[in-house]
Design a protein around this ligand. Structure first.
Ligand code: RNT
Ligand code: ZN
Length: 415
């Protein structure tokens, strides 16, 4: 008997169907954030760099500077990541013809056709996001909630254009595309008016979402604070939660870097599943704050995946990633982050949820604790290795040799 077979038997003893778990782990899409590849710079700004509401730190060499480089890097990463993949795109990744430059409030589907062709060629899905940051029209930290009508109009038009693009992408791929609205809007210091900006944001969103678009799933993403905007966030958790509850078809996206450090997104998922048919996620790793570190196989990601699996919500929770580390090899960051998310998903699929639930409902809390602890250290590594083997990707750390070679042959040549 090989290691996999003996591991499988150990899991079966706990009532876990290992083959079914591996199938589900493979088929559940994970939307990979394109912005890890270039430090959220995008292609549409003259001296492209993240700013105005968002920040990256680090200056590891070899960042992708255009569509060709970013897609090449993405493919290198994707070849080392098991399971079904989507590309999480931002509007700032519009591909312009040579010499062309279109403002964000005027972008069109044609600017994303190269992405659609790329996705089709490799069997990826796509998700979309308007880019309401890293742009001179972010005025005093505000976009959709700005008191300046010209500013507010610009960002409304940008979000409307983004939704239409998302819809066309969905039509082209025969799919539903998540279009997630996040704005940095907030204030550095004590507000003199907390409600005014929120009313303006509400009115802006009503305009943004007015058009019915069959291929779009809409979401809004809250945040607790941002750097430079520490005292007040217009799009707070309560604001967007209430907005989504009052607007069928608009969902509240949970980013696990966007809450107070002891507040857990894993606990929020089942709460929202009681009321919403979909729950979109940005899975990240917050170190002390919304630091967007690369996702690792840690406690909270396992807990998040457990909530998705044991509530039978693999098709209701939309798993997207959101991290950007510019201090390490970016292709490796993609691979570690996405493999860790997928690994946590497989781990969650292998837990004896039914047995544990029965123990909880029967108030047999001691046995629940014992079983939960024992299940944690079943021979998971052997199942993960077999899963990777079946998916045609390296099962161990040897994948890094391929990234190291890519760094030598390709990334190192980017001056
Ligand atoms: C920022 C939000 C947002 C962005 C991406 C790039 O705090 O998390 O989702 O990270 O849209
Ligand atoms: Zn996010």
């Amino acid at each position: 008997m090989d290691r996999f077979e003996s591991a499988q038997m150990r899991y079966e003893k706990f009532g876990v169907d290992v083959q079914a778990a591996m199938r589900a782990a493979s088929e559940t899409p994970i939307s990979i954030n394109c912005w890890q590849g270039d430090d959220v710079a995008g292609f549409d700004q003259p001296n492209g760099a993240a700013g105005d509401g968002i920040q990256t730190t680090g200056n590891y060499p070899g960042r992708a500077r255009n569509f060709e480089e970013l897609t090449a890097d993405f493919l290198c990463a994707a070849s080392l990541i098991p399971g079904k993949k989507r590309i999480n795109l931002h509007a700032s990744y519009a591909v312009f013809a040579p010499g062309e430059r279109v403002e964000r409030d005027r972008i069109e589907y044609r600017h994303f056709e190269p992405w659609v062709a790329f996705a089709k060629a490799h069997g990826f899905g796509i998700d979309f996001n308007p880019t309401c940051f890293s742009h001179p029209m972010v005025r005093d930290g505000l976009t959709l909630s700005s008191p300046d009508e010209r500013t507010r109009r610009f960002w409304i038009d940008h979000c409307v254009a983004s939704r239409r693009i998302a819809n066309e992408i969905g039509r082209a791929l025969g799919d539903q595309v998540l279009n997630n609205v996040w704005v940095p809007d907030g204030l550095k210091d004590v507000p003199a008016d907390r409600m005014g900006p929120r009313m303006r944001l509400k009115e802006s969103l009503d305009e943004v979402f007015a058009e019915r678009l069959p291929h779009v799933i809409d979401s809004v993403e809250s945040k607790v604070f941002g750097i430079g905007l520490e005292s007040y966030t217009v799009g707070s958790n309560e604001f967007y939660m209430a907005y989504a509850a009052a607007h069928p078809g608009v969902y509240n996206l949970l980013d696990n870097g966007h809450y107070h450090p002891t507040e857990m997104v894993s606990d929020k998922i089942p709460a929202l599943l009681c009321f919403f048919d979909k729950v979109p996620l940005h899975v990240t790793r917050a170190v002390r704050w919304d630091s967007d570190h690369v996702v690792l196989f840690d406690d909270e990601i396992r807990e998040i995946m457990k909530e998705i699996v044991r509530n039978d919500a693999l098709d209701r929770v939309l798993i997207g990633l959101d991290f950007f580390d510019a201090s390490i090899n970016r292709v490796a960051a993609w691979v570690v982050g996405t493999r860790s998310a997928r690994k946590a998903l497989l781990w969650a699929l292998l837990q004896p949820h039914e047995a544990l639930r029965k123990l909880q409902d029967a108030s047999r809390f001691t046995e629940k604790m014992v079983l939960m602890e024992e299940a944690k250290t079943l021979p998971f590594g052997d199942i993960w290795e077999e899963f990777c083997r079946r998916e045609g990707v390296p099962a161990d750390e040897s994948w890094f040799e391929q990234v190291a070679r890519y760094e030598r042959d390709v990334l190192a040549n980017r001056a």
